[in-house]
Ligand binder design. Sequence first.
Ligand code: ASP
Ligand code: MG
Length: 440
Amino acid sequence: MKVMKFGGTSVGKPERIRQVATLITKDNEPKIVVLSALSGTTNALVSIGELVAEGRKENAKLEIEKLEKHYQNFIEELIQKSEFLEKAKAIVAEHFEFLKIVLRISFSKALNNEILAQGELLSTKLFCVFLQENNIEYQLLPALEFMNIDENDEPEIINIEKKLKQLLQQNSEQKIFITQGYICKNAKQEVDNLKRGGSDYSASLIAAAINASVCEIWTDIDGMHNNDPRVVEKTFPIEQLSFDEAAELAYFGAKILHPASIWPAQNYNVPVKLLNTMHPEEKGTTISDKTNIVGAKAIAAKDNITAIRIKSSRMLLAYGFLRKIFEVFEKYKTSIDMITTSEVAVSITIDNTESLNSILKELEPFGTIEVDENQTIVSVVGNEISQTDETIKKLFNSIHEIPVRMVSYGGSPHNISLLVAAENKIALLKQLNKGLFGLA
Ligand code: ASP
Ligand code: MG
């Protein structure tokens, strides 16, 4: 059995939905099809939630009506026969009725999560109507019946496995199962989600739970590229990545895959394939436990980074200093990305600045604090990259006239990270593309 996950752009237009139906009926292997919300929907729902929270109900109502119109037009184009169109209309009406009721009740986080869930509920239900119209047999597996997170928002993999297996057993004659990405139930049994972009994570968790032959992630690009194709001209898709390399790339900015989606597949050793819905014949990228050639494989960039430097002569020969600093970040649930130390200073980067002010206040007694906002981490990733002096030589020789604020080397054998001011990001990506891959 395999998992096929289709992202927002893969279901964002009626003709793409037709393509998805073709792709899932191409072979006879039983499959669980995980769908995102139609592209743009979750963004719209986030904004509706914010407007409701701020009490701007009129604006929220306008946004809801705009989105509803979009769905009404969408189904008119997607569904041909009136009998099925009526069904689709009823689904759209039901979900938008819910959104309008939201305007009349008091706002809470739980309610906001219900709002956010509407996108995936709609996309899967409408897709099912499309399958019915086209005589394609399927079974809907509601994610809210098996996808659970605990009180720390961590997926309960053992439970997910148990429930999913039960559901599959009850429908053992079926070959195509449809489910929602992103949405889940939390420890309080309320509707919740796996955070933005979380459908990849759903797919990987499902693939792990059923021990799938492969977890296919269908997007609108032909795999993970060696550099950011949005800002660097000559890039190419990478055919093979190890789980470790892919995790570093996803975490350090490669937008194609949700960073958390690697570990379930890696732990259960399910290969992940990144494929292009528009060009299904392309090879894409395969992520597996195979470690491949040594050396630089790809470059990724993570924006909106804040660097904090703590300088203190008290750090000299002291012990326990770093622990105290880390405790401050732990207290505010802020994870640290990069860290470099000297005998009298430590530099740390974070991307979540929600508690920055409180963190800085608590760090003050430790020494002089300097903060640099608007930084970017550029990571060069590749198997054993930090063991090969050839790559390191090339890497540092590539860089011209760009001040590098921090270098993180040796933390992982697969990653060398550089911190630069955001305005130097594109220049650095291009220089590295030339220096490491010979592509100018
Ligand atoms: N629809 C959700 C989002 O836009 C989840 C996903 O697409 O992965 O974040
Ligand atoms: Mg995504």
